[in-house]
Design a protein around this ligand. Structure first.
Ligand code: SF4
Ligand code: SF4
Length: 392
């Protein structure tokens, strides 16, 4: 059990599907060999098959007796390829043909962009951004026979020790959210690291920092002052995805307000919600009904001139409102040896981690290795980037 738990809330009412988060994450963490097809942060249109295709219906997680129930390994085609585009002919060849991928795409991240429910009389869709949920009971950790995956003691972030990973991929089969990816070049599994090198420096996750919709809130679940605690614990308007999978996800979603359908002459059909409630229950469980009702009540109050604290918070005007990053507090709770290493990084010269085992993404006390994961081509990119202070 971790002493604290970093978590993220995403307000689905504000996501515009611009994919800036996906690009920000890719540029920071997966812009390298073997990771071309990976989106540690992806944004998919719902209803839809998602990325990888059908991830939400193929299995993973735990059954009611807490036994792992692994899915088949998703085939490569279900992720889509990292397509190369022939910009050269367009920019320098004078051919003026459209820019095309190197082969005909058959699937990819957000393949169903804006298609959604395909209901001619009542068109509807919404975007669902996804990262690893840094679960409280991570199926990936339980599935790994090498104990290469672990939850960081002081903040609950789930990472893979690349030195221990043998590329068996049991973790991929067991994760119900399919948020672990296999790097064929490195022969290892990789995943979202919740931008811990940024958090340790007091900076928010790259996906959140880049989000023009300001949909993301970040903080500790157990910090009463954090926006996360207010939205998840106090107001209970943010819910985990597929709670029945048994991993207790720590990425939470404020569900779409679910406006009424439009009837004849554009008149609103007040008691007939546009998004089928069953679909929202499918994604977030039955608690979604109470969350939506509460949000509607708060909305009505503001329409009558009253103030709503929860809606004010969800507007999220400033970084100070949306994020509460507390590196110093967490450092105090890190294992003694790790704390010494972190202190050395803070007080010493710029980090020089490249090519050496990371001292940031540590293992729990007592284990020998000190690798954070991500030792793919060129050393640990996560820590390289942290060492270059590419944190904004
Ligand atoms: S979402 Fe999947 S990869 Fe992430 S911690 Fe949970 S089980 Fe592990
Ligand atoms: S950057 Fe923000 S608004 Fe854009 S797709 Fe990502 S989560 Fe949605």
């Amino acid at each position: 059990m971790s002493k604290h738990q970093y978590a993220m809330v995403m307000d689905l009412n504000k996501c515009i599907g611009c994919q800036t988060c996906a690009v920000g994450c890719k540029k920071q963490w997966t812009h390298r060999d073997g990771a071309g097809y990976m989106y540690w942060n992806n944004v998919e249109t719902h209803p839809g098959k998602g990325y990888p295709r059908n991830w939400h219906s193929i299995g993973g997680g735990f059954d009611s007796r807490r036994n792992l129930r692994p899915s088949p390994l998703p085939p490569k085609e279900d992720y889509g390829e990292a397509y190369e585009y022939d910009y050269r002919q367009r920019l320098f060849g004078g051919k003026n043909k459209p820019v095309m991928p190197h082969k005909k795409p058959t699937y990819g991240a957000n393949w169903e962009e804006d298609v959604g429910g395909m209901n001619a009389g009542n068109p509807y869709f919404f975007y669902l951004p996804r990262i690893c949920n840094h679960c409280t009971h991570p199926a990936c950790v339980e599935a790994c026979p090498r104990k290469a995956i672990y939850k960081r003691e002081e903040d609950g972030i789930v990472v893979i020790d690349q030195e221990r990973c043998n590329g068996y991929r049991y973790c991929i089969k067991s994760c119900p959210y399919k948020k672990i990816y296999f790097n064929e070049v490195a022969g290892k599994s990789e995943k979202c690291i919740f931008c811990y090198p940024r958090l340790e420096k007091g900076n928010v996750n790259a996906c959140a920092a880049q989000c023009p919709g300001r949909i993301r809130f970040v903080g500790l679940l157990d910090d009463a002052e954090s926006p996360i605690s207010k939205l998840v614990n106090d107001w209970q308007v943010a819910l985990g995805l597929f709670p029945e999978k048994g991993t207790h996800p720590n990425v939470y979603y404020v569900p779409p307000f679910n406006p009424p359908k439009d009837g004849q002459a554009g008149r609103s059909l007040l008691d007939d919600p546009r998004l089928p409630l069953d679909y929202l229950i499918y994604l977030f469980g039955k608690k979604v009904v109470a969350a939506i009702e509460f949000l509607h009540r708060e909305l009505r109050r503001t329409q009558q001139g009253e103030k709503s604290e929860v809606l004010q918070l969800l507007i999220g005007r400033s970084d100070q409102v949306r994020y509460r990053i507390v590196p110093d507090a967490l450092r105090m709770d890190a294992p003694e040896d790790v704390r010494r290493q972190l202190d050395a990084h803070t007080t010493g010269p710029a980090l020089t981690i490249m090519g050496t085992p990371s001292t940031i993404g540590h293992l729990p006390s007592g284990q020998e290795s000190r690798s954070c994961g991500n030792t793919a081509t060129g050393g640990c990119r996560s820590c390289n980037l942290a060492s270059q202070r590419l944190v904004t």
